[in-house]
Design a protein around this ligand. Structure first.
Ligand code: ADP
Length: 520
C-alpha cells in the first residue's frame, strides 16, 4: 500500500480495486484497519477482529482511539497522527495489545495516508504485523543461548556429516580453542583429539541412523593443558521442524576426578578385603590351635572330676570345668565364623531323618532346663520320620544354638520346638523349624540386629548372660548357605520365636551358589 494507490484511482478502476482490496483484507495475515481523517473506522479485517475481539459491524464508523480507550486497550496511535502524517509518507511504530486473559500481542504498525488528487487527506490505512510468535522465538533462543552458555557441561552440535556447527564457552575453554566460533566448519580430525575421531564419528553415525539418543559413552579427550580427561557423553539427534534429523547435539561431563577417586576406593577396598581375609585366616588357624590344648584341659578336668574328691576341691574342679566349656564354645564359634567368612566352612549334603536329629539334639541339652520352672515341648506335624537332604551337622548346630539361647533367656514357662513342612511334591518344598520361648524377649528395634556378628541386646557392661554375640550370626550364615532363611519375632518381657526355613531337598549346585554369594 502506498499513498498513490488511494490517490490515483479513477472511477472506472474503482470496482476492480475494491474487489482486490477486500480479497487482500480477507487473506492477509496482518491486521488491516482503515480510518477516516477523524479516525473513525471504515474497514476492520478478520485478523483485527480476532486480536481486538470485536466484530466489524459493531465498530464501523466509531472512533478507533475512543473505542480502544473505552474498552481498556492502550491508545492505539501514540501521537497526533494527522499532524505527523502531513510531514511524511507513512509512519512505522510498535505497540502491544493486551487481550482479556492477559495474552499479549506485539504489533508492528505501518500507517499510510490516503490522499485524493487534490492532495487532501481522505483517510488512513493501518497495517499491523503481529510479531508475537517471532518475539517468543527470539526469547526462547535467548534463553537457550543462556542455558548453553552457562551450562556446566561441555556442549557441542554437529551436522549430519559430523562437521561441527558450534559449542559452548565451557567446551572451547576445556579443549583450549581460541573461541567458540573456532570450531565451526571443522571435524574432529582437525583437533588435538583426532586420534579419538573415528570412535566419535561412529557414535554420531549410530545416533543419526537410529534416531535414538546414545547415552553414557565413556570417552577420552585431551584438555587444553594436554592432560587426557575421561568424559562421559550423551548424544541426541537434532531434528528440524519436519522431524528430519539434521545433526547431533552432544553433552559431555568431565569425570576424570571421579574416576581417580573410584580407583583409589577400589584399591582401598581390595586392600581391606585382603586384610580381612588375613584376619579371618589367622582367627581360623588360632582357634583351631587353641581347641586342641583346650580339649586336653577339659579331658583332664573331667578325669579329676570323676575322682572321689573332697567337697571343696570338687567345687573348684566344677568351676574349671564350666569355665573351660564356655571357653571351648567361644573358640568353636570364632572358628566357625572365621571359616564362614573365608568360605572354608563347607555344607555336606546327605539324607537323614530330621525328627530323629531334633530329638537327639534336644536330649543332649535338656539337662540345662529346670523342669520345675520350664516345660520343654516337641511338636512334630507327624510321628513318622521326616526325610531331608541337607547337612545334619549344621542343622544340629543351629538347633543347639537356638535352644541354648531359649534356655539361657527363659526363667519360667515353656520352650517349644515345632516342625512343619510342605508336601514334598510341592515345588521348592520347605521345612519350618520354630523355637519358641516365654523368656525375656527382645526389643523390636533390636530384632534385626541380633543376626549381626558380636551383637547382643544387653550392653557388655550390664550383661547378665554369657555369650559373644556370634551364635545367631553363624546360624544366619549357615541357613543362608543351605538355601534357607531365618527370622525372629518377639514381645519384650513375654518371649521370642525363632523360625528357620530350609529346603526339603537342597542341590549341591545351590549350595555352591550360596557359598559364593555369601563370600562376596
Ligand atoms: P550370644 O552368644 O550372645 O547369645 P547370639 O548371637 O546367639 O549371641 O544372640 C545374640 C543376642 O540376641 C543375645 O545376646 C540376646 O541379647 C539376643 N537373643 C538371642 N536369642 C534370644 C532369646 N531366645 N530370647 C531373648 N534374647 C535372645
Amino acid at each position: 500500500m502506498n499513498k498513490n494507490i488511494g490517490s490515483t484511482l479513477d472511477s472506472e478502476q474503482f470496482p476492480h480495486f475494491q474487489a482486490r482490496f477486500h480479497t487482500l483484507l480477507k487473506y492477509t495475515n496482518n491486521l488491516v484497519i482503515c480510518l477516516t481523517p477523524d479516525l473513525c473506522i471504515t474497514e476492520f479485517n478478520n485478523i483485527a477482529e480476532q486480536i481486538y475481539g470485536w466484530r466489524k459491524q459493531d465498530v464501523l464508523n466509531r472512533n478507533f482511539v475512543e473505542l480502544c480507550l473505552s474498552s481498556g486497550f492502550a491508545k492505539p496511535i501514540p501521537f497526533d497522527i494527522t499532524r505527523t502524517l502531513s510531514k511524511q509518507d507513512s509512519i512505522n511504530y510498535e505497540s502491544t495489545i493486551l487481550q482479556p486473559g492477559d495474552k499479549k500481542h506485539f504489533i508492528r504498525w505501518s500507517i499510510t495516508p490516503l490522499v485524493n488528487e487534490n492532495q487532501k487527506l481522505n483517510g488512513l490505512i493501518m497495517v499491523g504485523h503481529d510479531l508475537t510468535a517471532l518475539k517468543q522465538a527470539q526469547n526462547t533462543l535467548h534463553y537457550l543461548d543462556g542455558i548453553i552458555k552457562y551450562a556446566p557441561n561441555l556442549i557441542y552440535w554437529k551436522d549430519r556429516h559430523s562437521v561441527h556447527l558450534g559449542c559452548n564457552d565451557r567446551f572451547a575453554e576445556f579443549a583450549g580453542l581460541p573461541s567458540r566460533e573456532f570450531i565451526v566448519g571443522k571435524t574432529d580430525y582437525d583437533f588435538a583429539w583426532a586420534s579419538q575421531a573415528d570412535s566419535y564419528r561412529s557414535d554420531d553415525r549410530e545416533v543419526i541412523e537410529s534416531g535414538d539418543p546414545k547415552t553414557n559413552i565413556e570417552d577420552l579427550m585431551p584438555k587444553a593443558n594436554g592432560e587426557l580427561a575421561v568424559v562421559i557423553s550423551n548424544k541426541v539427534p537434532l531434528r528440524d521442524l519436519d522431524g528430519n534429523i539434521i545433526g547431533i547435539l552432544g553433552s559431555a561431563t568431565d569425570i576424570t576426578k571421579r574416576k581417580k577417586e573410584e580407583r583409589v576406593l577400589f584399591e582401598a577396598k581390595e586392600e581391606a578385603e585382603l586384610a580381612n581375609q588375613a584376619k579371618s585366616n589367622f582367627l581360623a588357624t588360632m582357634s583351631h590351635e587353641l581347641r586342641t590344648p583346650m580339649n586336653a584341659i577339659m579331658g583332664m578336668a573331667q578325669v579329676i572330676k570323676n575322682e572321689d574328691l573332697p567337697e571343696s576341691q570338687a567345687e573348684l574342679i566344677d568351676i574349671i570345668f564350666q569355665a573351660g566349656k564356655n571357653l571351648l564354645t567361644l573358640i568353636e564359634d570364632i572358628l566357625d565364623f572365621a571359616q564362614l567368612e573365608v568360605g572354608k566352612l563347607k555344607i555336606n549334603v546327605t539324607s537323614f531323618d530330621l525328627h530323629a536329629l531334633i530329638r537327639e539334639a534336644t536330649t543332649s541339652i535338656q539337662h540345662q532346663i529346670d523342669p520345675a520352672t520350664t516345660k520343654l515341648e516337641l511338636n512334630f506335624d507327624s510321628n513318622k520320620s521326616l526325610e531331608l537332604r541337607s547337612d545334619p551337622t549344621r542343622i544340629r548346630q543351629i538347633i543347639i544354638n537356638l535352644l541354648g539361647n531359649a534356655i539361657k533367656f527363659t526363667k519360667e514357662g515353656y520352650i517349644k520346638i515345632k516342625i512343619t513342612h510342605d508336601k514334598p511334591s510341592v515345588p521348592n518344598a520347605c521345612v519350618y523349624i520354630t523355637v519358641e520361648d516365654t523368656g525375656i524377649g527382645i526389643p523390636k528395634d533390636k530384632l534385626n540386629q541380633i543376626f549381626e556378628r558380636f551383637t547382643q541386646v544387653e550392653s557388655a557392661y550390664t550383661r547378665k548372660f554369657e555369650g559373644a554375640g556370634l551364635g545367631l550370626a553363624i546360624c544366619k550364615q549357615l541357613v543362608t548357605n543351605m538355601g534357607g532363611a531365618i527370622h525372629a519375632e518377639s514381645v519384650l518381657g513375654k518371649g521370642s520365636c525363632f523360625c528357620v526355613t530350609l529346603p526339603l531337598d537342597i542341590t549341591e549346585k545351590k549350595i555352591e551358589q550360596n557359598e559364593l554369594a555369601s563370600q562376596n
